[in-house]
Design a protein. Sequence first.
Length: 293
Amino acid sequence: MRILLTGGAGFIGSNMARCLLSREECFMVNLDKLTYAGNLGSIADLLDHHRHLFVQGDMGDSLLVSSLFRNHAPSAVINLAAETHVDRSIDHPADFVRTNINGTFTILEAAREYWNTLSGQEKEAFRFIHVSTDEVYGPNEKGEHLREGSAYAPRSPYSASKASGDHLARAYHATYGFPAIITVSSNNYGPFQFPEKLIPLMIQKALRSEKLPLYGDGSQTRDWLYVEDNCRALLSVLFRGTPGETYHIGGSCEKTNLQVVSHICHILDTLRPRVGRRSYLDLISFVRDRPGH
Ligand code: NAD
């Protein structure tokens, strides 16, 4: 199986690359622009792998993307590449529109053109997995579970741009019969995450004895999902998913931000006690809430 993975030098992408290469039948072309969030160090051990081809490039570059389809004839795309940091999207929304909307359109269109050249079993088997986020739904009521088909209500330029990409993928299935599938996952954690995201950020700050800034009163909740579980779910969707469907991938592990950061503090209190045995909890500080949070 030949797979075109986008964003494979990012957090989930580098874990996904490992997951795919662990399967003997998978050959992977890994397209990544290597923005500030991409890190070749995360996949350094995979770069010489005989079933892995790394290509540095922009998924919004239609000539490049079309040539990848022509030259490597993938049987599936897993589209993880995106601008992903909510705070950055508030300061610089244009990058998010460019990659998450225009870039998604470009790769969808190149994939559709390529898919149109296929026939029979190859055409039937082709899949385009578009990876999205639960943030497209906006806030949910306490205890309420999001369902596939819940109404979209994005609250940040990040989530709005992801929602747009989802709508395009869904429309390509409805309009052209293109075999797009959408996965929507909750907050991932695990190895190779860029240290601006909550868990690695708090660990690094704590180890430097810096303040641990929590938005508002820290009572906002996230559902936490281990990244390798997400990758395994993505594989299930790839092999068993139905075109046109949306699949939610959650961890059933909803916690307030304060709970998560306090837990990190307790772990560090044991593993790396501070001088004078003061708890890392003392470093927690509450800061003005994020706009639209
Ligand atoms: P990340 O920021 O760690 O990695 C994104 C990768 O995409 C980087 O390697 C970057 O270089 C690459 N990239 C950015 N723009 C590109 C472009 N125009 N062309 C090619 N490559 C480009 O992100 P992540 O946390 O691994 O998230 C991956 C995907 O999963 C995103 O689509 C994100 O919206 C989605 N998602 C993430 C989470 C999470 O908790 N991390 C949760 C739900 C959904």
